[in-house]
Design a protein around this ligand. Structure first.
Ligand code: PLP
Length: 497
């Protein structure tokens, strides 16, 4: 196919050129009715292609014209049999994968460090998760990926598993041994689904980890908006082979799509695919070089660590995406959250993610050398011994405890109900600090990175309470619980005497 084409973007441009009089949605009618300040800021062009799915513009739910070609071009570029454009991110991609691959009560092997949207998929599908423990690097205080050995052991213990689901790469750019895992899943006769939200660029550069589809995954999702240049909310779902029923997949995709997709988003997927297929290798070479050079400079700063491919081979660390620059600040006595705040407030540098000990900076084809320099000099300032007084955190006690403690991520708590049952059960609120032993009915996720510490159906343990308390005191924000300060927690109501 001709990867220089952008069939869907072209269709929108043709519509604008043809000067059609619009008696259709959206109500702003190509910008005429739009609030003036907004219109002046965003410009007329983008508003002129904010159209709806009328004649000639095809239908994302039932494509028959330009979207068919645009998605086929994407499938070819990604080496898949079919690709679907999504407009609600990999969040909907995870939900679609779950709803396609498993039925209520069926077992699916999933890593415990999956994104919360996987949990949404479990709640919707009614599937029975078998949580696999990812490797944990105690030194970095970080979840790695699930190993092939863990997948094999899970399948041996539960021969009735219907699918394997893996997250690779992680938020920190750590990739799983997907080829080995695909082999294990397929030998067992079940499909491999991969949340590759953070890897939409992998297929376009040889220095990057193997893409999920090339490794043999039956279905995967890519947050095209995260690492490539399509607009926020856009993602792609790729599928190959016969282990996933294509008719079921198509039906589920339709369930999850709006009937009024934003066509600007759809066109941005079309052009992002062309950009990668035609210039991806060259663009990514520059990005990778810049990230590697930045990593070298950061590692030269006293008190800062910035891991890279030297860790490949550690358990759960099969490969590494060099565009992810994880700045470990624990030796400075800061939490990652504090470092993030200081970098933003004092140096106007915003990282993608902070956790207890790290900040993660994303390098993409949009990262400039000047931006990379600003990051390095800001971190250098942050690490200087004569820190300006006003950047000291009031939570000095916590800083020192985090620095010196042998702090561990909590173990997977016992699952007492499947997520759907617990989420939909009759529930009540109890004091969080006194909730040990109760069955949690909500997803509690420090965000970012958006990985649940406890999920519906799991027993709240003293260890989980202590961990979440520490996260909150360290400045972490909670997503999912009704009470985001966790004074209370929603639990399954216990049946009376
Ligand atoms: C591993 C992973 N999967 C899925 C998602 C959801 O992606 P999106 O924001 O595109 O909906 C995220 C978001 O951060 C993620 O980190």
């Amino acid at each position: 196919m001709d990867q220089t084409r952008t069939p869907y973007f072209d269709v929108l441009l043709d519509y604008v050129d043809s000067g059609v009089i619009p008696f259709h949605t959206p109500g702003h009618k190509q910008g005429i009715g739009m609030d003036r300040a907004f219109r002046e800021f965003v410009g007329d062009n983008v508003l002129s292609i904010d159209l709806t799915q009328i004649r000639g513009l095809d239908d994302l739910l039932q494509p028959s014209e330009a979207i068919v070609e645009a998605q086929a071009l994407a499938a070819e570029a990604y080496g898949a049999e079919h690709s679907f454009f999504l407009i609600n991110g990999s969040t909907s991609g995870n939900q679609i994968m779950m709803m396609t691959a498993v039925n209520p009560g069926q077992k699916i092997a999933v890593p415990r460090n999956a994104h919360k949207s996987m949990m949404g998929g479990l709640i919707m599908s009614g599937a029975h998760p078998l949580y696999m423990q990812p490797e944990v690097d105690e030194e970095l205080h970080m979840d790695m990926t699930v190993t092939p050995e863990t997948v094999a052991a899970t399948l041996r213990e539960h021969p009735d598993v219907q699918a394997v689901y893996i997250v690779s790469p992680t938020y920190y750019g750590v990739a799983a041994d997907l080829e080995a895992i695909a082999q294990i899943a397929h030998d067992h006769g079940v499909p491999l689904l991969v949340d590759e939200a953070w890897g939409p660029h992998f297929r376009f550069h040889p220095a990057l980890p193997i893409s999920a589809i090339d490794a043999g995954a039956d279905m995967c999702i890519n947050s095209t908006h995260k690492m490539l240049s399509s607009l926020s909310q856009t993602a792609m779902l790729h599928q190959q082979g016969k282990r996933i029923r294509y008719d079921r997949l198509k039906a589920v995709v339709k369930l999850f799509l709006s009937t009024s997709p934003n066509l600007v988003l759809v066109a941005s997927l079309d052009v992002a695919r062309r950009q990668m297929a035609t210039d991806g290798a060259a663009l990514l070479s520059t990005t990778i070089e810049l990230a590697n050079e930045t990593r070298r400079q950061l590692n030269a700063i006293d008190g800062i660590q910035c891991f890279g491919e030297e860790l490949v081979g550690r358990p759960g660390f099969a490969d590494f995406d060099p565009t992810r620059v994880t700045i470990t600040v624990k030796d400075l006595g800061y939490t990652g959250y504090e470092a993030e705040e200081i970098l933003r407030r004092r140096y106007n540098v915003q990282v993608e993610l902070a956790d207890l000990f790290n900040c993660v900076a994303l390098f993409t084809i949009g990262t400039t050398a000047e931006a990379a320099e600003r990051l390095v000099s800001a971190v250098r300032e942050l690490a200087r011994e004569d820190r300006p007084l006003d950047i000291f955190s009031p939570s000095g006690v916590l800083e020192r405890r985090l620095k010196t403690s042998t702090y561990r991520l909590p173990k997977i708590p016992p699952m007492r109900m499947i997520p759907r049952e617990a989420f939909l059960a009759t529930t009540e609120f109890v004091k969080f600090k006194e909730s040990a032993g109760r069955i949690c009915a909500e997803v509690i996720t420090p965000y970012p990175p958006g990985i649940p510490v406890i999920s519906p159906g799991e027993e709240i343990t003293p260890e989980i309470i202590a961990y979440l308390d520490l996260e909150l005191r360290a400045g972490g924000r909670m997503q999912g619980p009704y009470d985001d300060q966790l004074r209370t927690v929603r639990v399954v109501q216990e049946s009376g005497p």
